[in-house]
Design a protein around this ligand. Structure first.
Ligand code: DGL
Length: 262
């Protein structure tokens, strides 16, 4: 693709900004349009039907910016809605976050690994199924960890509370796995706390592998800065601190809270 690449990217809330952060790290001169559906977060406790409905609305909104590429920066939406989005927007290249993470794990070939994600992503079994295809002899554990998204959305990722919740979910895996897959776009913000509690584990998230896959597309216009327009369906009390936390404030050109009708 030539210069002036336009990328639409959506998530159920703020978590997908971790994906945007990784993309910004490897891109030049790209126009990003990010939509966080903060009015309806979390998606991870909802049915497949609802996740598809919400995801199609997000794609529809971003499609108006004449984007070249649509990134589904939400694991739950990637698990349930990716194929439907592709069918509904045949002219668009659509990328999810799950396959790049799976390929990274396949490359690392752990013999024992654990996957955590929202109830909806884990319930879909998609990570376990895809990783199992590449690593049929590996032991693969998986677990839904629903309390982690609210912790991150509320900026509590490096607190004693986060440590307690992580211990509650993960202590039983302490000596059972060597690699942990963070199957949710919010979880990279918990990496430091997870590392503190379980320093031996290798950690794979879904944001960096996607950025690595797309890297060849993203630096086509080397002399220009990236431009980021942010849209949210509701104002989150933690938006400002979240943006500071992941360090994307300098690249932001506009921020709009949408008035979306159901
Ligand atoms: N961003 C979602 C994901 O990656 C997690 C938040 C939610 O449940 O909506 O699965």
């Amino acid at each position: 693709m030539a210069g002036g690449l336009k990328i639409g990217i959506f998530d159920s809330g703020l978590g997908g900004l971790t994906v945007l952060r990784e993309l910004l790290n490897v891109s030049q001169g790209v126009e990003y349009y990010y939509l966080g559906d903060t009015a309806r977060v979390p998606y991870g406790i909802r049915s497949k039907r609802t996740v598809i409905k919400y995801s199609l609305q997000c794609a529809q909104f971003l499609n108006k910016f004449e984007i070249d590429l649509l990134i589904v920066a939400c694991n739950t939406a990637s698990a349930h809605a990716l194929e439907t989005i592709k069918k509904n927007f045949p002219h668009l290249r659509v990328e999810g976050v799950i396959l790049p993470a799976v390929l990274e794990v396949a490359n690392l070939k752990p013999s024992r690994l654990g996957i955590i994600g929202t109830p909806s992503t884990i319930g879909s079994g998609i990570y376990k199924k895809l990783i199992g295809r590449f690593l049929p002899n590996s032991k693969i554990l998986q677990k839904a960890t629903p309390l982690l998204v609210p912790l991150v959305e509320e900026g509590l990722n490096e607190t004693p509370l986060a440590e307690e919740v992580l211990k509650h979910y993960l202590s039983e895996w302490k000596n059972q796995i060597d690699l942990l897959v963070l199957g949710c776009t919010h979880y990279p913000l918990l990496k430091k706390t997870i590392k503190k509690l379980f320093p031996r584990w290798e950690i794979v998230n879904s944001a960096r592998p996607l950025a690595n896959v797309l890297k060849p597309l993203l630096d086509s216009d080397k002399d220009k800065p990236n431009r980021v327009s942010l849209f949210f369906t509701d104002r989150s009390a933690f938006l400002e601190s979240f943006l500071t936390n992941i360090g994307i404030k300098e690249e932001i050109e506009g921020l709009e809270i949408l008035n979306w009708e159901e």
